[in-house]
Design a protein around this ligand. Sequence first.
Ligand code: AMP
Length: 452
Amino acid sequence: MSFKSFNLSDLMIKSLARQGYLSPSSIQTRVIPKALKGGNIVAQSETGSGKTHAFIIPIIENLQLDSDRLQALIITPTRELAQQIYAFLEAFKGDYPKLHARLFTAGKETERTFRQGMRVPHVIIGTPTRIKTMLEAKSLIDLGSVKTLVLDEADMLMEMGYFADIDIIYRLLKAPPQMMVFSATIEFNLRKNLEKYVGADFVIEMDDVKTAKTVGHHAIDVKHGDRLHAIEIFIKTLNPYLLIIFASRKEQVATISSYLKSAGHDNIMLHGDMSARERKSAYKLIGANKHRLIVASDLAARGLDIKDVSEVLNFDLPKDLTYYFHRAGRTGRFGASGQCYSFYNSDTVTQLEKLIESGVSFSFHELRDDTIISTDKIARRKTRKQKVDPDLERQIKLAAAKVKTDVVKPGYKKKVRDAVAKVKRKHKREIIRKDIRRQRVARYRKEGSKNE
Ligand code: AMP
């Protein structure tokens, strides 16, 4: 599939090609044709899927660049995201010199800098409160020509309590705009909030996968040993190119960072307590390849586009498992391969189990004698010695029989292969699940006997 099939202008195709975008991502394929026609969109999509271009391409295509009127508003929960989107829009300027976009984020634009008589941008990108404040000063900007309103990372906008401001912005617009909503998760409360803007019967455009297919998932059993030391072993064993270590609590982020520094591993922190300026300078240093190790809280897991992350290490598994996908999504971006590792022990296997249930296929490893060894290999060695599992045999035969037709059609062999592989994968997940359950039960028994 190429961008040409979307009925885009030649200029847009040329601009995309100049920027190295040759074929659309899955979410772009779903969203762009609908958006070009002016339809409302609600899309469930992770960052790294190309979702920003899914909305900026149709916005630019539909802009009247000769007019000095505001035509699109893009609302994001954080100023970093706003800056990122702004940079993506600015990249089109080489081909669209008249394109005028402005950032409205705290500390960036104020009523003083946006004086009466200044050129009105075609597109405003910013955080809700700042946009609201600026638009409420009605004399500054005419809102009669706003055609599109984008809510980016809508679940985060909701979590941060921004929907009151968004309601005000929406009501300020003269006519109902085309709504384009993007969110990593779309749960009940968010649906309810969105109904006000898009009606109750909306279709959710979905990304095909939760995380890129190119990301490998690994679970490392660190038992109850020192996890800080385990990070050192991890670094020594894998020698990562650019690693993000995630921890759920910011105190842990600080502890990990100073531990690694004292062990001679230079690193940089990213967490919610840093000022916007500190974070910006951290991103700059990371972008300039000054650091190979990043220690981050979940703040950095969402939305941010750090290039070339080769590995992600979860020091712990996040309580809210949707964050697992946010974290894993920092690597394997746009076709690159990446690996996501998670430390676990018998206390946290339940979370691992839930991830397995939601379809994540892990390779299993274990920390032993200061190295990380694959327990999959040990399990394979064991199973080779074992007799073939009759239940698996039966399931394989059944799956193959289902695919079989009387007349052999093209692609038949592949279909059988795929069906058998699916059964084997499911079977493997079952074995792992049972194994994890066994470990948990053993632990409860042990603890129970201690308490007696
Ligand atoms: P996102 O955060 O989901 O908007 O993804 C952003 C990353 O994907 C950026 O690095 C973009 O430059 C890149 N990107 C967006 N669309 C495409 C495309 N069609 N082909 C290749 N890379 C793309």
